[in-house]
Design a protein around this ligand. Structure first.
Ligand code: ZN
Length: 547
């Protein structure tokens, strides 16, 4: 998601016993609940998720949900206590294994389930977790998410879930940590007759009950927790087959009845997006699950194979250009940005929220790659340079580990500019594209750490990028190139850098492009002539200071 609006409305809520994890808040004190939520506790590490069947009924008139989640897992160690997460005010009413009720000890949002059956290593077992209640209402979806209980213009319920950061346990019981993804999932959502639920993956049929309808969806690929969603409304549907890198891809669109014509026009950008991103990143990572855009009463989110959309069928970010260059109005921000996350967030997923830049920096850069594909390199450069005005350098991009907390919102604009700078160093567009595609192949359907991404890029480029990543991801300092120039010489050095930072820079010296290799100590290039000129390539995200 994009952080821009939040900058105006950051509120710091007093810490309570329960974990608060809205995205992009200033929180810097953490509780035991944050650790239970954000770390791989002993009650999580001994079992490996294999499958979920979430079966839930949503009652918009009462703002009430009830149902169960079947959690299937493989035993990795001999243990007997399992941590299942579900956030208050929702209540777990019963947990069973092989039909027997189990003891559950609650600690805030963490529920410790005491298994009776011997857990044999290598065996696959399952539990059923029954639950119900009035789930948290979204305050400002999707950043401060939960349930958005809205109505459409015709008075029909229009309901959606969103939970990145906060976690899926805000609306269903699960192992709410990103390191472990299920291999596949079924989602059954029961809604009042006349309404439709759209969730992730392919439609697998519906069942008519007396006063309700159950919609079944099946996800054949690993899926992250926050990617799972339910959207309920008076939806109409249209579809197309996209001829993609891996063959025919089913692309489905679900919008409110009154918006069908607008959507048919605006969503022509979806296959265009698919074409550009398959070129840059490789095949769409979830062919078996299809691709969907689903209208929601909030701005949008990268729900896996079910991108949600509330951008008003207009180009830009709610009609605005975040770059101030005009290029941001050439595409629908939500279609492009949220779909870019199918590669960076849903295919390659962070293990710990501290590493959320892996999702947002690459996806933010995907916006300029989309522009490059259709409007050329200059347009793309102008866009990524334009978004620099949104960088705050308030705190490092990487956040604190093991407490479910992401780093600075700079992971968007600064992260994109870091990647753009890296691309200048690589100086080979084909190689750069192969790195992006290679990442999506190497880390296909995996959860990863920053270290893995850094190592991969260092290896592929052949450069030691340790200081480069330290500088941009772990400090708020912008490398500053100090220089002086006269008729005899050019002098330059790096300041405001981490130790051993020695990034080369492409400059124009007397109108001629050349690389210089600054370090912390002064370096000199002898010159002759009286009219020497010097300019740094603006594609580098650095500062310059003429002495
Ligand atoms: Zn995003």
């Amino acid at each position: 998601m994009n952080t821009r609006f939040l900058l105006f409305s950051i509120s710091f809520l007093a810490l309570s016993l329960s974990a608060k994890a809205q995205l992009m808040t200033d929180k810097n004190e953490f509780t035991q609940q944050d650790t239970l939520r954000g770390s791989i506790t002993p009650e999580r590490s001994w079992w490996d998720l294999t499958y979920y069947h979430l079966d839930v009924e949503i009652a918009p008139d009462k703002k009430f949900i009830s149902g169960k989640n079947t959690i299937q897992y493989k035993v990795l160690e001999h243990q007997s206590v399992m941590q299942i997460d579900l956030q208050e005010p929702l209540k777990i009413t019963k947990v069973t294994q092989n039909g027997k009720s189990l003891k559950v000890v609650q600690n805030g949002n963490a529920h410790f389930v005491y298994l009776k059956k011997k857990q044999e290593i290598g065996k696959t077992n399952s539990i059923e977790v029954y639950y119900e209640g009035h789930p948290k209402v979204a305050v400002k979806a999707p950043w401060d998410g939960g349930f958005s209980w809205k109505t459409d213009k015709n008075g029909n319920p229009f309901v959606a879930t969103s939970c990145q950061g906060l976690g899926a346990s805000v609306w269903w019981p699960c192992k709410d940590h990103m390191y472990d993804e299920v291999d596949s999932m079924d989602i059954s959502v029961t809604v009042p007759k006349g309404l439709m639920d759209v969730s992730n993956g392919q439609f697998a049929g519906k069942t008519e009950n007396e006063t309700s309808t159950t919609y079944n969806w099946t996800v054949k690929n690993p899926i992250n927790n926050y990617g799972v969603n339910a959207n309920v409304g008076d939806y109409v549907h249209f579809t197309e087959i996209y001829d993609g890198e891996k063959g025919p891809l089913k692309m489905d669109y679900y919008v409110l009845r009154d918006n069908l014509e607008k959507a048919k026009e605006q969503f022509k950008q979806a296959p265009k997006m698919m074409k550009a991103f398959e070129y840059w990143f490789g095949p769409y990572p979830f062919y078996e699950d299809g691709f969907k855009i689903v209208e929601t009463p909030y701005l949008g989110m990268e729900h896996q194979s079910s991108v949600t959309y509330g951008n008003g069928f207009k180009n830009g970010y709610l009609g605005r250009d975040l770059s101030g260059t005009g290029w941001g109005l050439k595409f629908d921000f939500i279609i492009v940005h949220e779909s870019g996350h199918e590669w960076f967030a849903n295919n390659i997923t962070y293990k710990d929220a501290a590493d959320m830049w892996i999702h947002e920096s690459f996806t933010n850069y995907s916006e300029s790659l989309y522009l490059e594909y259709y409007f050329g390199k200059e347009a793309a450069s102008e866009y990524v340079i334009g978004i620099r005005k949104n960088i705050l350098n308030d705190k490092p991009i990487i956040g604190p580990y093991n407490v479910n907390k992401e780093g600075s919102g700079d992971m968007y604009y600064k992260g994109a500019n870091m990647i753009h700078t890296l691309r200048q160093l690589i100086e080979d567009d084909e190689k750069f594209r192969n790195i992006l595609r290679g990442m999506n192949e190497t880390f296909y359907h995996q959860t990863v750490t920053t270290q893995q991404i850094e190592n991969y890029i260092s290896k592929q480029t052949g450069y030691d990028l340790q200081q480069f990543f330290d500088q941009y991801l772990r400090t708020t300092k912008i490398p500053t190139l100090e220089y002086s120039i006269n008729n005899k010489e050019l002098k330059f050095r790096w300041t405001n850098i981490v130790e051993k930072f020695d990034m080369p820079v492409l400059v124009s010296l007397n109108g001629k492009a050349q690389w210089i290799y600054p370090k912390a100590d002064w370096k000199t290039i002898p010159l002759d002539g009286s009219e020497n000129t010097f300019k740094v390539d603006p594609n580098f995200y650095i500062e310059t200071k003429k002495l």
